[in-house]
Design a protein around this ligand. Structure first.
Ligand code: UDP
Ligand code: MG
Length: 327
């Protein structure tokens, strides 16, 4: 029986500081798994440069020349983590039997990949890496992330708790996942929708090896909002219910005003009237804004724009190996 070919896909955005360390560690793990006889010796590392402004791509292409087990993909600009990962997955799927995705910053324990491969050998199609605790994250990040998961659950989107994009997928499940063609990509929400036999592996998440987070608060909020609005229309229903309740209370206010008039105290209604105007105005604005979110999504989806654009493709991945043939 031939051994499975594993590809490890690593999206990188301005990661020159951490690249060498990341490459060395991943390479070590890959070698170990190959030595164990669990994967084919054509297994690979694939680094995707997501339009970095620093020397990340230089470092990747250097590694590609020196090491035929490394491939590189350079996107034409910064498309964002999810799309960079998607680009890597789409490139890797043809030449691999199983694919692991991991961040470049070494926050996820690379040794867990061995366990991923074991689970794959046991017949699991998808293996989720789940972090045990979030000690090394800042308090702020911990609280916002937890709030995000809880909110998502309320909105009816089943996410694997504390799982980021550190996972293994086999060819079959990845091919199916790649059939989801939405522009608003939220991969960790899509993977559970694909189904198949899955399991989880637990690990400790560390601090970034070097560099700083590429997810500042604004990007994080955008990511959360994207996640919710891409998968659930519940916020719209929530607004509808709110609107209904607001209408009901205005009815009560109407009765109150009527009684006030009957009692001859009409002037005193001014304050509550003002409040109502503001309340209804606010609700209306909020509703329109939210509907706008979805309309905006439809707009983006119908354009069917390419989700990423490749500038350079260093391909050591193909089975018919010609080392470092730069296209
Ligand atoms: N990343 C990317 N494009 C971006 C932002 C991030 O490819 O626009 C990569 C980044 O290089 C890293 C991974 O996505 O490998 C996760 O980013 P980061 O570690 O900054 O996020 P955090 O762990 O802080 O959520
Ligand atoms: Mg990180």
């Amino acid at each position: 029986m031939s051994l499975p070919i594993l590809t490890i896909v690593v999206p990188c955005y301005n990661e020159e500081e951490v690249f060498t360390k990341s490459y060395t560690q991943l390479k070590m793990v890959l070698e170990e798994i190959i030595e164990n006889g669990d994967i084919d010796r054509h297994s690979q590392l694939l680094f995707v440069d997501d339009g970095s402004a620093d020397r990340t791509w230089e470092k990747i292409s250097e590694a590609c020349v020196l090491d035929s087990s490394v491939s590189g993909l350079k996107l034409s600009r910064n498309f964002g983590h999810q799309k960079a990962l998607l680009a890597g997955l789409e490139k890797a799927v043809n030449d691999s039997d199983c694919i692991v995705s991991i961040d470049a910053d070494l926050q996820d324990d690379v040794h867990v990949i061995k366990e991923f491969v074991n689970k794959y050998a046991e017949g699991y199609d998808v293996v989720y890496g789940v972090r045990k605790k979030r000690d090394t994250d800042t308090f702020f990040k911990r609280v916002t992330a937890l709030g995000f998961y809880k909110l998502m659950k309320k909105f009816g989107l089943s996410l694997v708790y504390n799982h980021a994009d550190y996972r293994l997928m086999n060819k079959k499940s990845l091919e199916e996942m790649l059939r989801f063609k939405e522009t608003n990509l939220f991969l960790r929400g899509i993977v559970p929708l694909v189904g198949f036999k899955s399991t989880t592996v637990y690990y400790d998440r560390k601090e970034r090896a070097a560099g700083e987070t590429k997810y500042p608060i604004a990007k994080m909020l955008a990511f959360a909002l994207d996640g919710i609005t891409s998968f659930s229309v519940k916020p719209i229903r929530l607004i509808t219910i709110l609107g209904f309740l607001a209408s009901l209370s205005s009815l009560a206010a109407g009765i109150y005003v009527f009684i006030s008039i009957m009692m001859g105290k009409t002037q005193s209604g001014w304050a509550s009237l003002m409040i109502s105007i503001w309340l209804i105005g606010g609700l209306l604005l909020m509703s329109v804004g939210l509907i706008g979110e979805y309309v905006g999504k439809i707009y983006e989806e119908v354009k069917r724009r390419p989700r990423y654009i490749v500038e350079e493709n260093i391909n050591n991945l193909e089975k018919s190996k010609t080392p470092a043939n730069i296209k």
